[in-house]
Design a protein around this ligand. Structure first.
Ligand SMILES: [Cu+2]
Length: 310
């Protein structure tokens, strides 16, 4: 009888423990979002509060040049956080969306929600400076919280860069583009939208051999079902920096080292003792011409061999 009662108590204890664990896990998943809605207006669209909330370039009613009226009212909610990076290998932070489209002269309200315990921004560049100080519209919050700001988009077809300007956050994935009308092209390395500006390169080195620091690709070099519009043939899993060790500056360095050192040593030994000024100039000129010829030759061969591989 006593044994049964102990067993029953133990099972109650386990159930209570499991319940507490699941409640805790749910709370961790649902971060509490503070709302920044008591900002001080500093004028000229600049608002701040004491908790790290900031809006720059807010404009609810001034029409940009060429807009006779507001064409459309629009609202977006953009979430920012580490968890939005998980679909994009090599990134650390992300926005919930990385591309937005609007009609010219739209009045746009952006609700920006930071889900991380760091500072994040939704910063838009390239706006006309006669209306927006430094050409920027900017929302900023520290820690899990929400801030909302409004601007009126210009009349021109244009693509605007949107990013988080905290050091390294853009490089780590917090980058997007806002397209007004037909836009004016795209920015590189927008996660899930455009190709990387400097794609990873796992091709063989200039001697045709596999580069020593790169492991040969195993199965499935290409990711199936990659949602990225314009990315093609990206190879997964190898250090990104290993692809570009043979650079133009390396060639120049080697050439200067190999040819420059003996000449510099000889010059030093002779100390220009029995040379006139014009002799020295002629010698240095000849040497430089020689170095430039060799460098140009090497670079052109390098470009040629890279061109063939593409
Ligand atoms: Cu950030």
């Amino acid at each position: 009888m006593k044994t049964k009662s102990i067993t029953t108590r133990l099972s109650y204890l386990c159930s209570a423990g499991l319940f507490a664990f699941s409640v805790g896990a749910a709370a961790a998943e649902n971060v509490e979002i503070r709302e920044h809605n008591r900002l001080m207006d500093h004028g000229d669209g600049h608002l701040m509060d004491m908790d790290g909330g900031m809006i720059m370039g807010q404009n609810k009613d001034k029409l940009p040049g060429g807009c006779s009226r507001i064409s459309e009212e629009a609202e977006i909610t953009v979430r920012a956080g580490h968890k939005y990076a998980k679909d994009f290998p090599g990134t650390m932070y992300g926005f919930s969306e990385h591309e937005w489209h609007f009609k010219p002269c739209t009045r746009l309200t952006v609700h920006f929600i930071n889900e991380d315990n760091v500072r994040h921004q939704w910063m838009m560049h390239g706006l006309p400076k006669y209306m927006y100080d430094k050409g920027m519209f900017h929302l900023e919050i520290t820690g899990p919280s929400k801030i909302s700001g409004t601007l009126i988009l210009p009349k021109e077809d244009r693509t605007y860069l949107v990013h988080c300007d905290i050091a390294q956050h853009m490089e780590k994935g917090m980058k997007g583009e806002l397209i007004v009308g037909k836009g004016s092209g795209t920015f590189p390395t927008i996660p899930g939208v455009t190709d990387a500006a400097i794609p990873d390169n796992y091709a063989p080195g200039p001697d045709g051999k596999a580069q020593p620091s790169v492991a040969p690709p195993t199965v499935d070099a290409e990711k199936p079902g990659d949602s990225t519009k314009k990315q093609t043939g990206q190879v997964a899993a190898a250090p990104a920096s290993s692809g570009s060790w043979f650079s133009g500056s390396l060639v120049l360095g080697i050439v200067l080292g190999v040819f420059g050192t003996p000449i510099a040593l000889r010059l030093r030994r002779e100390r220009f003792s029995d040379m006139t000024g014009s002799d020295v100039l002629a010698m240095v000129g000849g040497f430089l011409g020689h170095v430039i010829d060799i460098t140009l030759g090497l670079i052109s061969r390098l470009m040629h061999s890279r061109g063939k591989k593409r």
